[in-house]
Design a protein around this ligand. Sequence first.
Ligand SMILES: Nc1ncnc2c1ncn2[C@@H]1O[C@H](COP(=O)(O)OP(=O)(O)O)[C@@H](O)[C@H]1O
Ligand SMILES: [Mg+2]
Length: 149
Amino acid sequence: MRWECTTHSPQETLILGERIGTLLGGGEILLLNGELGAGKTLLTRGIASGMGLEACESVVSPSFTLVNIYNAKLDIIHVDLYRLDPEEIAHLGLEDYMDGEHVLIVEWAERAHGYFQGATADITISHAGEQARNILISTDLPWNQALCG
Ligand SMILES: Nc1ncnc2c1ncn2[C@@H]1O[C@H](COP(=O)(O)OP(=O)(O)O)[C@@H](O)[C@H]1O
Ligand SMILES: [Mg+2]
């Protein structure tokens, strides 16, 4: 399925993330795309909150650390591929987390086109104004447009 949500504030994007987070049961790979400042990290923070992570402000960009791990209801593996080339991506050892027990969230997933086999949701965020974002969701998961609120 493929559909688009529009959010009109950071808060709305956070809430969309929370709704997504409540639907995750392990094994999902969420591929996030969109330019710098689109809202990928903010959406991830919402997802973590929806997965029961308290103090979800601790979810920050992994652009320097490359991989951040948050212990929510399930472990969330949060990756940013912005600075990496395909060979470096292959060396992150992410296969270890594609096991049905973790939730893998990948910012700049387009940098690793074809690497994430069995990816379960593609989410592309684009600017639609200062505070507005179009969020295109493409997934085989049993999600639906109700996510948009
Ligand atoms: N509707 C919105 N959704 C998400 N972020 C928004 C929105 N409107 C404004 N923003 C701002 O855009 C920025 C998004 O930053 P971030 O989530 O780090 O982006 P990315 O990870 O894609 O680089 C934040 O400063 C946030 O406050
Ligand atoms: Mg980010």
